[in-house]
Design a protein around this ligand. Structure first.
Ligand code: FE2
Length: 419
């Protein structure tokens, strides 16, 4: 007897095609996919011809600061730097339990909305390691239903204060999955470059992934992405390396940007854009015309660079809004990046699913295929375009072969006249 049988699904395949599928699940693994598959099962669910998709992937979030908006004060300027100041005050009062509670609440919200793989940054610029310790504990607590990766993120810079470099290494020793950085916020350009070299060195020594907040600024002279690319090429670490934000890429002159796109083609690093946040944080020093402050997603996608979308913030000092919905993220992304052609809309859906899985380096666990762990969602949508246009309910979230969350689609009752 199967543990779970999902009937009448319309399965979204990796190549974008959709096929009729019943899906059998046993011991947390997808055992059969066939249009006419029937049989006894402990639980049978009817997908009612809705879209069956691999779960959403959140490739960039800060769970340690999530759900703190307005504490101790609101970000009035709306800038990244006021956000960093407010967080600097807020983090002095962090407690282990409180961070864990907020992180788990956010993950539950995300899982309900279809996300089952998450990469979070944890601020490691404070010696108590409250945020890191909390997120490492949360990683273990939520493991039965969601995969969480934790990146050691030196929010105040690797060389922003004398203790920070050692704190970053300690954080990796404590068990962070990846090494982070923020070169554009280091005190000098030279410190920024040095920080990237150090991050690569640490990642190589400790066999960790890399995810660097890179050039998250409107300064067209902020050029640390080229340093990441150079290190990735020289050390052969491309697919284990991610540059997050890279918003200055949107401000570079086209001659430089074209050269950089060419360099990126020589490696296979991943880029993450966070459109909800950067459309609001960036461009604050502009009058008009006002820049969009998002990296060159369309051009990167066109040349085959792996790009995913992240939420970045949910109700924190940088962004007071957010629900944790990856459909909201992709919806904003396709608007801001002007990716409204049908192929482009579909690509934006891929940026919150398969591309994110590639960034997180979890492809072996990802995808609705026989033999893979049974992680999938049933969306009340016809296809990727319909999903992004309407951002409908995720009717079923199946994680590790078990039904994790169920949401009914809203029902509208028309009380007007018939004609
Ligand atoms: Fe971030």
């Amino acid at each position: 007897m199967l543990d779970l049988l999902l009937l009448q699904g319309r399965l979204l395949n990796r190549d974008g095609t959709i096929t009729a599928a019943n899906i059998g699940i046993q011991n947390g693994v997808i055992t059969e996919i066939a249009p006419n598959l029937m049989g006894a099962a402990k639980i049978t669910l009817d997908a009612q011809q809705c879209l069956v998709s691999p779960p959403f992937v959140e490739s960039h979030i800060h769970l340690d600061s999530a759900l703190t908006a307005g504490q101790p004060r609101w970000n009035q300027s709306g800038t990244l730097f006021e956000g960093i100041e407010i967080w600097g005050d807020r983090k002095s009062s962090l407690s282990l339990e409180e961070v864990k509670q907020r992180a788990i609440a956010t993950l539950k919200q995300q899982a309900t909305l279809g996300t089952l793989f998450v990469r979070s940054h944890a601020d490691v610029s404070e010696p108590r390691f409250i945020a890191l310790q909390a997120l490492l504990e949360v990683r273990a607590i939520v493991k039965p239903w969601i995969t969480l990766q934790v990146i050691a993120f030196p929010q105040d810079g690797v060389y922003g204060s004398p203790a920070n470099e050692a704190l970053l290494e300690k954080a990796i020793e404590m068990g962070a999955d990846g090494v982070g950085g923020i070169p554009h916020y280091e005190l000098t350009r030279e410190d920024g470059v040095r920080s990237i070299h150090r991050i690569f060195e640490l990642a190589a020594t400790y066999d960790r992934l890399i995810d660097i907040h890179c050039d998250e600024i409107d300064d067209d002279q902020s050029r640390f992405l080229e340093v990441i690319v150079a290190n990735a090429i020289r050390m052969g670490m491309g697919e284990r390396v991610t540059a997050s934000h890279a918003t200055a890429f949107g401000s570079y002159n086209n001659a430089y940007a074209t050269k950089l796109l060419g360099f990126l083609r020589r490696t296979n690093i991943n880029l993450i854009a966070n459109p909800l946040i950067n459309i609001t944080l960036q461009g604050r020093a502009d009058t008009y015309p006002k820049r969009r402050g998002v990296t060159r997603v369309k051009e990167l996608w066109q040349q085959g660079t792996n790009v995913s979308f992240g939420h970045d913030c949910v109700q924190d000092p940088w962004y007071a809004l957010g629900t944790g919905s990856m459909l909201d993220v992709a919806h904003m992304g396709l608007h801001v990046c002007q990716m409204t052609g049908m192929e482009e809309i579909n690509a934006c859906y891929d940026m919150i699913t398969w591309n994110g899985a590639k960034t997180l380096h979890v492809q072996d666990q990802y995808g609705v295929e026989v033999g893979k762990p049974a992680n999938l969602i049933v969306l009340d949508a016809r296809d990727r375009y319909d999903a992004l246009r309407r951002r409908p309910a995720v009717n079923y979230v199946i994680s590790r072969g078990k039904l994790l969350a169920r949401t009914e689609s809203p029902r509208v009752m028309w009380h007007g006249t018939e004609d």
